[in-house]
Ligand binder design. Structure first.
Ligand SMILES: Nc1ncnc2c1ncn2[C@@H]1O[C@H](COP(=O)(O)OP(=O)(O)OP(=O)(O)O)[C@@H](O)[C@H]1O
Ligand SMILES: [Mg+2]
Length: 138
């Protein structure tokens, strides 16, 4: 276990996942990369300018969260962070392949889940399509 990728959407659940990932990383001497994907907006009624403005706001918010993680978390190795726009599951899986992650860590739920008894759609897609081990943290 050398490289751990944590999927973080700013939710409480992903914060719990990050904590668990850091515990594991410390034990294994692994490096941690945290990825936050700003989801594409498909609302057809949105004007292009509004769409871009919302994307900018969401990207700035995600970057703030990633900066806090980089500066505040104590680990013997520096934490890397990634902020990208796109389809969350696809971007997380492609980042895992790119950095050759040994494990992807996600929360069981995220920011938008209505049905708390079902696994979130993003964590579910990751479990289904991941090239490596996935840890879904509750
Ligand atoms: N945009 C994202 N960027 C990075 N990680 C994400 C993103 N969205 C979800 N995740 C990861 O997946 C976990 C589960 O969230 P998910 O989105 O699957 O559930 P949900 O929001 O409760 O339900 P849904 O989005 O399916 O309505 C989160 O805790 C986080 O680890
Ligand atoms: Mg979600």
């Amino acid at each position: 276990m050398k490289k751990i990728l944590v999927a973080h959407d700013g939710s409480k659940s992903s914060e719990t996942a990050l904590k668990k990932a850091l515990e594991i990383a410390e034990k294994f001497g692994a490096s941690v990369t945290v990825i936050s994907v700003v989801p594409d907006l498909y609302l057809s009624e949105l004007m292009e300018m509004d769409r871009l403005r919302i994307l900018d706001t969401l990207t700035a918010e995600a970057k703030k969260v990633m900066n806090r993680i980089r500066t505040k978390t104590v680990l013997s190795r520096p934490i890397k962070t990634i902020v990208v726009q796109g389809s969350p599951a696809e971007e997380i899986l492609s980042a895992a392949k790119k950095i050759k992650a040994d494990c992807i860590v996600t929360g069981s739920h995220g920011r938008h889940g209505a049905q708390k008894f079902l696994l979130g759609s993003i964590s579910s897609k990751i479990v289904d399509h991941s090239p490596c081990t996935v840890l879904v943290v509750k």
